[in-house]
Design a binder for this molecule. Structure first.
Ligand SMILES: [Zn+2]
Length: 114
């Protein structure tokens, strides 16, 4: 088995191996974690529940990522978008936004420009 592993990594270009090593050091993570992430990216369409943002493997039926909270399905994304649109249309949202802008000393944004 050890021979197989050596054989496998020797087939990957030295430049790529170097890149992976550098990135592992830079991100303070393991080479295995990077390679695993890469495979997850490659197979993401065959891995339901896999978060495309943080690469957490969630329950295959999950609608939202348990780690970063982002939507995992088109359906979930649509409900988020609808909720956002609903909130942005509400008067309270504009009021809160204006208050925050005032507090931060920012100019009120023209409602028409949004
Ligand atoms: Zn996530």
């Amino acid at each position: 088995m050890a021979d197989d592993k050596a054989h496998f990594s020797s087939r990957i270009s030295a430049v790529l191996v170097q890149k992976i090593k550098e990135r592992a050091k830079q991100d303070n993570t393991s080479i295995t974690a990077i390679v695993e992430d890469a495979f997850k990216q490659y197979f993401k369409d065959d891995l339901p529940g896999l978060c495309p943002y943080c690469h957490t493997q969630n329950n295959p039926e999950a609608q939202f990522c348990q780690k970063c909270g982002r939507a995992l399905t088109e359906e979930a994304q649509m409900s988020v978008t609808q909720a956002e649109q609903f909130i942005k249309k509400s008067a309270v949202y504009q009021e809160v936004l204006d208050t925050i802008r005032e507090e931060l000393g920012l100019e009120k944004k023209d409602k028409q420009s949004e």
